[in-house]
Design a protein around this ligand. Sequence first.
Ligand code: HEM
Length: 119
Amino acid sequence: MAALEVLRSIVVVIHLVGFAVMFGAWAVEAAARRFQATRLMDFGVLISGVAGLALAAPWGVDGELNYVKIGIKLVVLIVIGGLIGASTGRAKKGRPLPSWVFWLIGALILFNAAIAVIW
Ligand code: HEM
């Protein structure tokens, strides 16, 4: 494997760590029945987002990148970030958002993972 391909694989791993942090933090809140977003989810969005943008550039890869798929993932991640921000902000003000927002966040995270792998 060429050096650039190895580097790209490392960035994919970082991308997956971001996903793991985001979904792991979400799963912890679900198991604790708190149903609100946390700062750790923000870190997950940041890590997977920065790594995802780096991977969106065509380096260390042979074939064409699927920019429709990448664009949808970017839009979905921005929505996830917005919902997390709204949830943590409102909780801080003592007026937490309804739990369906929390479930929507989890569903959107899994949606992005699903299209990443299946599409
Ligand atoms: C919740 C958010 C996200 C999740 C759960 C997620 C999940 C994944 C997973 C599981 C993979 C590995 C599967 C594969 O390589 O086929 C992957 C790869 C990739 N992701 Fe994401 N992703 C997210 C957001 C993003 C964003 C926002 C971008 C770009 C702006 C992005 C760009 C990419 C690219 C380009 C690859 C392909 C890497 C390669 O094959 O070289 N992802 N993503």
